[in-house]
Design a binder for this molecule. Structure first.
Ligand SMILES: C[S@@+](CC[C@H](N)C(=O)[O-])C[C@H]1O[C@@H](n2cnc3c(N)ncnc32)[C@H](O)[C@@H]1O
Length: 188
């Protein structure tokens, strides 16, 4: 069966992340992916979850507290600074990462992820990603500014050398209103 975008994003990560690993939610927003990753890595693993909006950090903290998940560091900073935070925590290898691009639902639609910071973060994470690990990007592009980011991310991903990375695009081509799609980058 064809999985919907969010289910397939989670399926890919669940297939490649091991319990006990350190993983990244680059855009925690309302915390759904953070909660998912927290469950996948288990008590012995750890999630670093980033967002530039205080309200996203607070919302995610609430969701984690309600579910008694304690294996997450919430980082109120841009994912473009991910390597600094990894160094501070002495993390030299990560098991996987997710990016959910666009704006925080039910919030200020002008605060969006941007191509430059997204690509900077992907680049930094790839350098510490485990072999066969995945970075999964859910690309929303229907909002203002979304197409610019989509082009930047696609251009970067398509140029990743084939000998070092497998890059997948997954999406539905008969849906209306700019449906989101997935870019998954697997380190070989
Ligand atoms: C589509 S939402 C994420 C949804 C989230 N994954 C969830 O499960 O609810 C995108 C989020 O990215 C955040 N964001 C935008 N630019 C960012 C950046 N440079 N670094 C980290 N987060 C950023 C926004 O504040 C917003 O909360």
């Amino acid at each position: 069966m064809l999985m919907n975008i969010l289910n397939y994003a989670h399926y890919l990560l669940e297939s490649s992340i091991e319990k006990g690993e350190k993983v990244i939610d680059a855009t925690c927003g309302n915390g759904h992916d953070t909660l998912f990753l927290s469950r996948v890595v288990g008590n012995t693993g750890h999630v670093l979850a980033f967002d530039i909006q205080q309200q996203a950090i607070e919302h995610t903290r609430k969701v984690l507290d309600e579910n008694h998940y304690t294996n997450v560091s919430l980082i109120h900073d841009s994912h473009a600074n991910v390597s600094t935070h990894l160094k501070n925590d002495n993390i030299e290898r990560v098991g996987g990462a997710i990016f959910n691009l666009g704006y925080l639902p039910q919030s200020d639609k002008s605060i969006i992820t941007s191509g430059d910071s997204t690509v900077a973060a992907i680049d930094q994470i790839l350098s510490v990603l485990k072999p066969n690990g995945l970075i999964v990007l859910v690309v929303y592009h229907g909002h203002e500014g979304g197409k610019d980011e989509m082009q930047t991310v696609l251009k970067y991903s398509m140029r990743l050398p084939q000998r070092a990375y497998n890059v997948l695009q997954y999406g539905f081509i008969n849906q209306q209103n700019d449906p989101p799609f997935i870019i998954a980058i697997q380190k070989r």
